[in-house]
Design a protein around this ligand. Structure first.
Ligand code: COA
Length: 156
């Protein structure tokens, strides 16, 4: 399988739009019960917003895709900011098309995300995972991620 890993092409509006739709899929597939899809108008706005953001030389955001024959089959959306006083990289989303799961695509996307974050001077990676998301918890642990905080909730 000849998968190409590269940042999305911001000159291709449809590619950018679909990247952010797959970002919605990362929420949908991780937590189907609470998923609310965006409207097509919102999707257009998001694509326009990030086409501008991704041209900023500060490179706050990074949108990495895994492509098979130029079709996006995996996405990784990263954002740099300060966490606990340290330059950090937050993972907003990671998604792999169900037909291509358990083949190491997410692992590769995460590795490339870390390489990018390191190249920008980040000292840590940060991500949130639902307790029920066994696949993601397992992948994080395998790649050396440790639990940094708990998010407590109580039904009212
Ligand atoms: C979580 C998710 C991103 C993982 O993607 P993936 O591409 O299947 O992940 P990988 O293939 O890199 O690793 C997953 C497992 O497959 C296994 N695997 C990797 N390559 C393999 C191969 N060639 N053959 C068999 N298994 C393999 C890995 O060992 C890993 O298992 P482990 O973590 O228990 O050790 C994917 O399931 C997904 O998109 N889920 C829905 C969205 C989601 O939950 N996103 C995260 C939100 S926080």
């Amino acid at each position: 399988m000849e998968i190409e890993y590269r940042p999305i092409d911001i000159s291709d509006f449809d590619e950018v739009k679909y990247f952010f739709i797959t970002h919605e899929y990362s929420w949908r597939d991780a937590d189907p019960e609470n998923f609310i899809p965006r409207s097509d108008e919102e999707r257009e706005q998001i694509a326009k917003k990030y086409i501008i953001e991704l041209q900023d030389p500060k490179e706050k955001y990074h949108c990495l895709g895994a492509f098979l024959h130029n079709k996006l089959i995996g996405s990784h959306f990263l954002d740099r900011y300060i966490i606990e006083g340290k330059s950090a990289c937050h993972v907003h989303g990671l998604w792999v098309d169900p037909s291509f799961r358990e083949k190491g695509v997410a692992h590769k996307l995460k590795e490339l995300g870390e390489t990018w974050a390191r190249s920008k001077g980040c000292l840590l990676m940060d991500s949130n995972v639902k307790v029920s998301n066994k696949a993601m918890i397992s992948l994080n642990e395998r790649m050396g991620y440790k639990v940094a905080r708990y998010n407590f909730r109580k039904e009212l």
